[in-house]
Design a protein around this ligand. Sequence first.
Ligand code: CA
Length: 235
Amino acid sequence: MSGGSPRPFVLVVEDEQALVELLRYNLEQAGFRVAVALDGEAALAAVRDELPDLVLLDWMLPLVSGIEVCRQLRRQAATANLPIIMLTARGEEGDRVRGLDAGADDYVAKPFSPAELVARIRAVLRRIRPALADATLTYGDLVMDLVSHRVTRGGQPVHLGPTEFRLLRHFMEHPGRVFSREQLLDAVWGRDVYVEARTVDVHIRRLRLALNVDDRPDLIRTVRAAGYALDATPG
Ligand code: CA
């Protein structure tokens, strides 16, 4: 984390002991302070005890479900805007929508890579608690400095135009997630700007050319009939 700022405090709500240990280790390595609650009731008590900067909330919990914990936190003034990321083994679109409807800020499906989860936590914090977030985004060998606007891959500078920079930033804030051309237009160009969907393809091509030098693996995945994602996994 950047010097001087306090370590962001993350409450992990998860009943699976092995996953708790994995999360604790990776979050502490990434510079977060971590507390753990093993069920929904303990989570609500822990939040009353010390307000975290972000809650990582498992969907399937004993006593009170993650969805119900999320709803209860949203109903109380003190926690109405508390950043919440739901974790779940379910990957279906309906569940994702229910999770976001209940008030979660983001949603990560199990199994996830710890690096991706840390990136998502930083992205949510950056959106909601900018002072707590790191000034750099990383994904694999890719590093984006949000202050200087410099991008490197494997330590080598990557030269991007302003649109490609915004496009890559959006992908790095939501690694692994597939965005349609329309969603990318809204996020990167803005809702009020009229740009044809195929313009997205042009800028994706430029972004790929800039990123994939020296035969490095392509980091942008094209999802047929769906859109694009930042994704380092082959296939
Ligand atoms: Ca669980």
